[in-house]
Write a protein that binds this ligand. Structure first.
Ligand SMILES: Nc1ncnc2c1ncn2[C@@H]1O[C@H](COP(=O)(O)OP(=O)(O)OP(=O)(O)O)[C@@H](O)[C@H]1O
Ligand SMILES: [Mg+2]
Length: 304
């Protein structure tokens, strides 16, 4: 598989603390890579090192199969890090024109193309001060696309957006990937946002990569179980073990039990509990979602 980005033990140390710690991530061509981590996990620091905006303490970065990171290589990457700043009294088009002249090598039609790619081509007369946050975010992405990058890095592109704005950015990302064949790395601290679009997910926690996994593998790993809501979880677990021979279960929280075996015996579980005076308020088969998985890996509630 052809890699667009690989890091080798990439490390950033601030005052003896590793904000990024021996990180090895692999982004293949065509991926939408979800770079997932809680606040302070080291996402922005990693992205800044990749873009050459922050000095690498140790380790290496390889872009497009090349460890010599020069102009030519950065010319193939677009990025949006932090909140995009614009001249509020100018239109979106005028803002992009300033940027186009600054970068020097994008043609005139690149502005119209980029606005079209992000779904902003119809609002060209509007000043940026009248843009919604979602529109500004899309304009920021348009700016990152001006020079036709093959690889686009977006640091928390949905931060602060409402659910509709989030959905629009998600559709935009999918479109850039499918229609324009752009490889993307998207950082986020909200799993549900990347889970809907990522082909691969890298989970970073306290600077370290906990796991890098393709979306398909992740789906397979999630387990089905029967969820039971009962009034007495201790008595219920006793009955599960002694009367039904069920050992693969957990008391997920007070009154909530997850049974991972004998999934077709829900009726029997229900009958046994009820006839032994355990009240069953809910019983259904479900599957662990990614959020649970993320929480389990990073140990604690997600910051979402
Ligand atoms: N310039 C700096 N000097 C010292 N420490 C820093 C600096 N920049 C970041 N850090 C620390 O490095 C760690 C990683 O920060 P980073 O901003 O990369 O996390 P993040 O995953 O992007 O978090 P967020 O979701 O909040 O954006 C944090 O503990 C942060 O306090
Ligand atoms: Mg950040």
């Amino acid at each position: 598989m052809e890699h667009v980005l690989r890091t080798y033990n990439l490390t950033k140390t601030y005052k003896n603390v590793n904000a990024v710690d021996s990180l090895n991530i692999n982004v293949g061509r065509g991926d939408i890579y979800g770079f997932l981590g809680k606040n302070g996990a080291g996402k922005t620091t990693t992205i800044k090192m990749i873009m050459g905006l922050s000095k690498v303490s140790s380790g290496e970065i390889e872009l497009f199969g090349n460890k010599a990171l020069d102009n030519k290589c950065y010319g193939r990457i677009g990025s949006l890090i932090d909140y995009p700043g614009f001249y509020l009294n100018l239109t979106g088009e005028e803002n992009l024109e300033i940027h186009r002249r600054m970068i020097g090598f994008a043609g005139k039609d690149s502005i119209r193309n980029a606005l079209e790619m992000v779904g902003l081509k119809d609002i060209q007369g509007k000043k940026v001060k009248n843009f919604s946050l979602g529109m500004k975010q899309r304009l920021g992405i348009a700016r990152a696309l001006l020079h036709h990058p093959e690889f686009l890095i977006l640091d928390e592109p949905t931060n602060g957006l409402d659910p509709i704005g989030i959905k629009e950015i998600r559709e935009l990302i999918l479109n850039l990937n499918k229609k324009y064949e752009i490889t993307l790395l998207i950082s986020s601290h909200i799993l549900s946002e990347v889970q809907l679009l990522a082909t691969k997910i890298g989970i970073i926690h306290k600077g370290r990569l906990l796991e890098e996994i393709s979306y398909d593998e992740l789906q397979k790993r999630n387990r089905h179980y029967i969820q039971l809501k009962v009034d007495n979880d201790k008595k219920a677990s006793f009955l599960l073990e002694k009367n039904l021979g069920i050992n693969d279960y957990v008391i997920w929280e007070d009154g909530l039990i997850r049974v991972y075996e004998k999934l077709n015996e829900g009726w029997n579980i229900n009958k046994t509990l009820v006839s032994n005076d355990v009240r069953v308020d809910e019983i259904y088969i479900t599957v662990d979602n990614l959020e649970d998985y993320f929480i389990r890996l990073t140990g604690g509630e997600s910051n979402a």
